[in-house]
Design a protein around this ligand. Structure first.
Ligand code: C2E
Ligand code: CMP
Ligand code: CA
Ligand code: CA
Length: 403
């Protein structure tokens, strides 16, 4: 694979109208960007060490908007079409739309400068699919803002059960959006967008405040777990907000568990460590969510002030049919036990999964088998009438409550 190209002083790198195959970063030397052909060229700009050029044709798939010529002996580092495109595909659709619009303005200006017919190049600024993605992202973000302003969110709870005696040990708070036209919307459809546009911060704060309010109704001897995202932790006033909310609602942190995902920890390990430590000092408990889906090292986990590990439901659901998931679950349990952490297994849908996990030493579990997430009032009455579910399989369900 070719990584660099060298050009002698005066050599043309490409001409306006050429098909572009890559973008360049100037490593050594100097490059002139020019409009027009070799003999009538008008200098638009010069590029030296560290500068990028030739990106436009790769981004918008149009011919080269200008020519480029080495002014001195020059070495260029190649950025391939693939390298650029992969990043662009991952970028936010609204940013992509802005980029396309900027490029089309620039091309338009260049055409006027060289006095050519603008119509001959006219084409839509952005393809239909990209446009509809960008528009739906904008609409979703606006709808989320309205949802916050008009109090359309609800906090539901899912019981977390003790596998030894079948009693409810705590609850996980899970946000729901009651849309006036579209009905109930699950977080999978909006958390990502809220994270991208920053609305996740007021949204999580709303959930945290609501969970603190609901703590009273859920009973003082049980914990409530609240989900947080990376942006929440990074906000400079995060701890001050937590303290102020607890004080305003007269709650102690000991009933609260904060859930953060393993991937969040990997993205900003230092912030995570600092904030988690402060939370533990206040007496709150901290759980690492979706454990097993990221790539935490044992030493990193050991250095974190977390006290609970949640095993991701993908492993729980495949562990009885797939030997490698089974051994992964077994090693996560061993790891947590070695670090003296509590383990919560997620996504138990069948008694056999609960039995296997209990026999491997898992203390707590949540899943549709025990109870689905539901609104507060429903959960309060469910708790009052709670009867532990038997984990016995269909072959041996003879004994009463043979957990
Ligand atoms: P999570 O934190 O991993 O939450 C557990 C998800 O698994 C919930 O989905 C729950 O309904 C679902 N679940 C529980 N038991 C079972 C089961 O037995 N089978 C199956 N198939 N699913 C089960 P939900 O409520 O749709 O939430 C999805 C994700 O959205 C959560 O995943 C969490 O990452 C995020 N989320 C939810 N509420 C909040 C919130 O208030 N703030 C933030 N930042 N994220 C939230
Ligand atoms: P591309 O169109 O691929 O090839 C020509 C390159 O010249 C273009 O990408 C930009 O990197 C650069 N370019 C075009 N117009 C200008 C300008 N007005 N000023 C500076 N650089 C430009
Ligand atoms: Ca969670
Ligand atoms: Ca989870």
């Amino acid at each position: 694979m070719e990584f660099r190209r060298k050009f002698a002083a005066g050599e043309i790198i490409f001409e306006e109208g050429d098909v572009g195959d890559c973008a360049y970063v100037v490593e050594h030397g100097k490059v002139e960007i020019f409009a027009g052909k070799r003999n009538t060229r008008v200098q638009l700009a010069t590029r030296t060490g560290g500068d990028l050029f030739g990106e436009m044709a790769i981004i918008d798939d149009e011919p080269r908007s200008a020519g480029a010529r080495a002014m001195t002996d020059t070495t260029l580092l190649i950025i391939t079409r693939d390298q650029l495109n992969q990043r662009i595909e991952r970028a936010d659709p609204i940013l992509r739309m802005c980029m396309n619009v900027l490029l089309s303005h620039l091309r338009d200006t260049l055409r006027r400068l060289t006095q050519r017919n603008t119509l001959e190049f006219d084409r839509p600024l952005i393809n239909d699919e990209a446009l509809s993605q960008a528009l739906s992202a904008i609409r979703l973000e606006q709808a989320l803002q309205t949802a916050l302003d008009q109090d359309q969110f609800e906090l539901w709870y899912q019981p977390i059960v003790d596998l030894q005696d079948g009693q409810i040990a705590g609850y996980e708070a899970l946000i729901r959006w009651r849309h006036p036209e579209r009905g109930l919307i699950y977080p999978g459809a909006f958390i990502g967008a809220a994270e991208r546009c920053g609305l996740i911060i007021p949204m999580t704060r709303w959930a945290f405040q609501q969970a603190c309010t609901d703590l009273g109704a859920l009973g003082t001897d049980r914990f409530v777990s609240v989900n947080f995202s990376g942006k929440d932790f990074a906000a400079p006033d995060f701890l001050a907000y937590i303290d102020a909310t607890l004080a305003a609602l007269d709650r102690t942190p000991s009933q609260l568990k904060l859930e953060i995902t393993e991937s969040l920890l990997m993205h900003s390990p230092e912030t995570a460590r600092r904030v988690l430590k402060a939370l533990r000092q206040r007496g709150a408990s901290v759980a690492i969510d979706d454990f097993g889906t990221g790539y935490s090292s044992l030493s990193y986990l050991h250095s974190l002030p977390a006290d609970t590990l949640k095993i991701d439901r993908s492993f729980v659901q495949s562990m009885l049919v797939d030997e490698s998931s089974h051994s992964l679950v077994r090693s996560i349990i061993g790891l947590a036990q070695g670090l003296d952490m509590t383990i919560v297994a997620e996504g138990i849908e069948e008694p056999a999964q609960g039995r296997a996990l209990r026999d491997m030493g898992v203390q707590l579990a949540q899943g549709f088998f025990f109870a689905r997430p539901a609104p507060l009032a429903h959960i309060v009455s469910l708790t009052e009438q709670w009867v532990p579910k038997s984990l016995a399989g269909s072959q041996d369900n003879s004994g009463p409550l043979s957990l």
